[in-house]
Design a protein around this ligand. Structure first.
Ligand code: 87F
Length: 499
């Protein structure tokens, strides 16, 4: 185990602190951070986790934003059942084929076997589309734009990780149907932009918008777009969210037809898109440090924690009142602030605990601050301290929070960019992979070549695969050849190991 005698003692004394370091044992560090940061509690079923209020609060803040944005797009919320009959689930054979081993089934009620087993939704295409078929008759029924906030179950067998890969998770799934491909295409990108904003504006994580390869796209659809993030510590890409154009594949299968203005029969064009609680895991991995979680202010349920620092002979009541007043002033201005007035913990212990929980800004109020009508601010992201006058508290705290939000994104972007390596040849590619890079390479865009790349990079670390072809393509000079096949390159594509 990491950490010698000294660390153990600190841990004993405070009951806090992490025994693993982010740069030394990332996997153990992550598990420890999500538990000690009070985001997750482990559960007695492998791959299932309890989301405690500290993580659920983050989910809810993102939900408020996204829900309002999709309502502006005239998308309506609904709720379909958790259960799917086997006949409906298996209606679209191609779609379910590769995924079948991950579907969980209910086979009993009490002690008696069910006549027909019932599946638990792994996603809701097959649950919803029979009703799309029923509800869509003519062009006036289009577009049909639905979303649901729900849980899904995928019985994964590869190593579960809180938020990143769990057997049950929360997400929103949007399912829409249009009369024309053009409308569907436009929505795919509109939604993708909302996903970018969740990552960059809320979670302070830079992402790349791109298109998935034929091998990595959703097999049931026409094309898949995604936002891709990167975890520098592990050198792994992580798919942040996906927005698919399904084309008319499901429309054919489920007979989702309509009559246009001229009385002609047509088939709808469909999209589906989702982001999940995986977002929270990516945030922890990118921003967390050896003291614990680091929450971006925009998603933190507590943005400012106010801690009294009373001394023996000081005016303790005066200090406590100043703390309460500070929280009130901040709350009235819409800042999420809380005081920690517990009298059974020392200020130092409280500092450690709130640092572990990642609260962006700590305000300390001691006798000197009280006398000077000021408060002391300590940033979680970089530890920097500043004294601010209570007269313009709100304005200064707002500025500090904005700066923290921006610094986190800047720092994450700097690290991500330092991990990107442009390669032209297979040898450069292999080197970059060993160095845990996110690799940008010119590619011929052939499925066989991607298979070959996977084959040639197979090993205990997992194979490399394409992450996405960025929508914003760098210039590709005439005559550029594919890094893997030597054939003419068609596009720049990101490659790497991934979650
Ligand atoms: C696991 C078991 C059964 C992924 C699965 O991405 C089926 C599936 O269809 C499955 N894992 N998928 C693909 C999901 C596609 C699509 N669904 C709606 C999305 C966005 C939301």
């Amino acid at each position: 185990m990491a950490g010698g005698k000294k660390k153990k003692e600190v841990k004993k004394e405070t009951g806090l602190g992490l025994s693993f370091k982010k740069d030394e044992n990332f996997g153990e560090w992550y598990s420890e951070v999500v538990v000690h940061g009070e985001m997750i509690e482990y559960y007695d079923i492998s791959g299932c986790y309890i989301l405690r209020p500290w993580s659920m609060g983050i989910w809810e803040i993102m939900q408020v934003f996204f829900d309002a944005e999709i309502k502006k797009m005239k998308i309506k919320n609904c709720y379909f059942p958790l259960f799917v009959s086997s006949s409906v689930l298996e209606k679209e054979k191609d779609h379910i084929e590769g995924f079948a081993p991950e579907v969980a089934w209910v086979t009993k009620s009490g002690k008696s076997d069910l006549e027909i087993p019932i599946a638990i939704r792994p996603t809701s295409e097959t649950v919803m589309y029979p009703y799309f078929s029923k509800w869509i008759r003519g062009h006036r029924d289009l577009p049909l734009k639905l979303n649901q906030w729900c849980n899904v179950v995928r019985w994964e067998f590869s190593n579960p990780t809180p938020f990143i890969r769990s057997r049950e998770f929360l997400w929103q799934e949007g399912h829409t149907a249009f009369a024309t491909k053009e409308e569907a295409d436009e929505e795919v990108l509109q939604v993708l932009e909302l996903y970018r904003r969740i990552y960059e504006e809320f979670l302070a994580i830079p992402v790349i918008k791109g298109k998935k390869s034929e091998m990595e796209k959703f097999a049931g659809g026409l094309y898949t777009t995604s936002v891709e993030a990167f975890i520098p510590n592990t050198g792994r890409g992580v798919q942040g969210a996906t927005s698919h154009c399904l084309g008319q594949n499901f429309a054919k299968m489920f007979e989702i037809n309509f009559e246009n203005e001229k009385g002609e029969k047509g088939m709808v064009w469909q999209n589906s898109w989702a982001y999940s609680t995986r977002t929270i895991g990516v945030m922890v991995m990118v921003h967390g440090d050896d003291k614990g979680l680091v929450l971006p202010p925009k998603v933190a349920s507590v943005q400012v924690v106010v801690v009294p620092v009373p001394y023996k002979d000081a005016d303790t009541q005066g200090i406590l009142d100043a703390c309460t007043a500070t929280v009130e002033t901040l709350s009235e201005a819409g800042i999420r602030a809380e005081s920690d007035l517990r009298d059974n913990y020392s200020p130092g212990w409280k500092y450690s605990q709130w640092e572990m929980k990642g609260v962006p800004l700590r305000i300390e109020i001691g006798p000197k601050d009280l006398a000077n009508n000021q408060v002391r601010c300590v940033r979680r992201d970089n530890g920097s301290k500043s004294d601010i006058k209570r007269d313009n508290l709100v304005e200064q705290v707002k500025t500090l929070l904005d700066n923290i939000q921006q610094s986190l994104l800047d720092a994450a972007k700097q690290k991500r960019d330092a991990s990107v390596q442009v390669v032209k040849t297979w040898d450069e590619f292999k080197d970059a992979l060993v160095q845990k890079k996110m690799i940008l390479a010119p590619w011929c865009d052939e499925e066989e070549v991607e298979k070959d790349v996977k084959e040639r990079t197979r090993g205990e670390m997992g194979a490399a695969k394409s992450l996405c072809s960025p929508l914003e393509q760098p210039e590709l000079p005439e005559g550029t050849i594919c890094f893997a096949s030597g054939k003419p390159a068609k596009k720049w594509t990101y490659w790497g190991r991934s979650y």
